[in-house]
Design a protein around this ligand. Sequence first.
Ligand SMILES: *Cc1c(COP(=O)(O)O)cnc(C)c1O
Length: 437
Amino acid sequence: MAEAGYNTFLLRSEDVYIDLLTDSGTNAMSDRQWSAMMMGDEAYAGARSFYNMERAVREIYGFKHMVPTHQGRGAEHLISRILIRPGHVIPGNMYFTTTRVHQEMQGGMFVDVVIDEAHDPAAQHPFKGNVDIFKLAEAIQTYGAQNVPYVNVACTVNLAGGQPVSMQNLRDVRELCASHGIRVWCDATRAVENAFFIKDREPGYADKPVRAILHEMMSYFDGCTMSAKKDCLVNIGGFLAMNDETILQQAREQVVIFEGMPTYGGLAGRDMEAIAQGIYEMVDDAYIAHRVNQVRYLGEQLRAAGVPIVEPIGGHAVFLDARRFLPQLDQEEFPAQALAAELYIDSGVRAMERGIVSSGRDPMTKENRRPKLELVRLTIPRRVYTDRHMDVVAWSVKSLYERREEIRGLDMVYEPPTLRFFSARFEPQPVGVKTLA
Ligand SMILES: *Cc1c(COP(=O)(O)O)cnc(C)c1O
């Protein structure tokens, strides 16, 4: 940990025992996916593998058209270029890093219309990712429907802790937007996990297969961006899907500039085969129940031991609330960074800081931004770990909680100018000296 500057991003994976850094591209592929890869058609144009992926997207998501991209942000880039012009406003249910950057690069502005509960780690709500319909109506009124090219709804909401959106909320968003002639776009990165939460929590869906629920969810959208590295159970890939032929035409014109021909979009034929097969596997009810329940299994153990976590437990990760875990530390002593480092030292479990280090500095004042949420994210890859691994993680976190008063803060000794969390270096504060920046 000292060699890695107390930054879990700087560890080598071979030095990690249980890797909960992210669920992105870290999924285990099935025997069928590996076999499908052997069948990859690597033709430059019109590859069979593209048509297999297109068929899977049509059948499972229900969109008529699909353009592959190298990963999710490639799809975000395309839709932002196609629909956003300077002065446009894009309402969404909480920001996501890459999504917002692409909107801003086109001269657009993101407006947050998620319900207030999403910003409070302790607030209980079954669908904490819901759009606040009143806030959305107000945004449309304030900026004018002609300046809102689309509303972007993420299901689930990553930065709120993997919180889902209800089917009723999707219907309400659709209805409001239709009355103003505004498109609705989905960030479908973890939409299968969202569909599972609908089955679990929303009246009328308990007996429906996740596959049918996902299909209904997508029917309220004009299209979606997708990072296949999450739901689709692969290591790389993404796509932009839509029903509108004009947007398809424009997407094909753009993808050829930035990603590749419209029938491969930056992917190898074998990648498209693995995605196509993964799309059928991801809507298996037993699989998705196991996936979400494994996250819950870890979270419940921590909650039972009184460890402060973000609630309700989300679909892809358990978040430790470092503010309540280490109340003795000021936020400028980097409590979440210190806790992630301590967890690795204790048990070789790698987690990630999501707090003041990730937030960076205000570009104007150069002061540290002090975000409300100071979290350590324990993200569970799909089909990789057993529940016994989760027991080890829980045991380690609980033992840290028992000796939490001994955990010291960190000093930042190297700070890169941008996206500092990836490569910043730290040192433990000297014993008995509390150095406040
Ligand atoms: C990961 C992610 C993206 C971006 O996808 P990449 O494949 O990493 O480019 C977009 N939205 C959400 C919600 C994500 O979690």
